[in-house]
Design a binder for this molecule. Structure first.
Ligand code: SF4
Length: 228
């Protein structure tokens, strides 16, 4: 486990919602613009299930029963048994569970148990690819319980995201879910105002297919701050 902490969600459709973040340690996906490289190494503190549950309850206090499982890559095969055990226990305790999925895997046994899936569509600037067929499976199998998020750094990212949208349309997929564009705000940079405005403009030019939602926590605390 990398860390467990209380913070207010800073992006996507749950923006502004306090939740306990449960950050798994270990990721092999290797996004070029990853802002959590400290989560890549699989060697880290081993937490028992009881330690994890007690840290979640301590962080959330008496009243907050909402978690976001993230990473790292919580859907890496080596994490799946632990995530499954954790979500089963948290559901029995009445928690709402969001999971941040990296856009490379669907894990039905987990997706069926949780309340919401926040799925990345990886754009060219990440150096990673999300298959459109994977999104199609998500859309068909988990209606009303997911959003898609695409980090947009360049116009090429915008074109790739619009292409994926159109490919899904051509597969007769109904696209009535939130698909968010997240203007990138990279480590060590000033607030990228021009990029943000460009993403808004590109989305308008594309016919408003998406919603542009920035990363509020980075505006408040800066792009390098952890656990916010
Ligand atoms: S999936 Fe997440 S943690 Fe892994 S490299 Fe990409 S952004 Fe970083």
């Amino acid at each position: 486990m990398n860390s467990i902490y209380l913070a207010t969600e800073g992006e996507g459709v749950h923006i502004g919602t306090p939740q306990v973040f449960v950050r798994f340690q270990g990721c092999t996906i290797g996004c070029l613009n990853c802002d959590s490289k400290d989560t890549w190494d699989f060697e880290g503190n081993r937490w028992t299930k009881e330690e994890v549950l007690s840290a979640i309850e301590d962080a959330g206090g008496k009243n907050l029963k909402r978690v976001s499982i993230t990473g790292g890559d919580p859907l890496h095969p080596s994490h799946v048994p632990n995530v499954l055990e954790l979500v089963t226990e948290l559901k029995s305790r009445g928690y709402y569970i969001n999971l941040e999925a990296a856009g490379t895997r669907i894990v039905p046994e987990i997706f069926e148990k949780i309340d919401y899936i926040s799925m990345d569509f990886k754009t060219p600037s990440t150096g990673v690819k999300t298959r459109v067929e994977l999104l199609s499976t998500l859309i068909n199998n988990y209606p009303s319980k997911f959003q898609i998020k695409a980090v947009i750094e360049t116009h090429e990212d915008m074109i790739a995201t619009t292409d994926a949208y159109n490919q899904l349309l051509s597969m007769n997929t109904t696209l009535n879910f939130p698909w968010n564009l997240t203007p990138s705000y990279n480590l060590n940079e000033e607030f990228p105002l021009e990029r943000f405005r460009n993403v808004i403009k590109w989305n308008e030019e594309a016919g408003g297919l998406f919603r542009v939602i920035g990363q509020q926590h980075k505006w408040l605390y800066g792009p390098d701050e952890k656990q916010v």
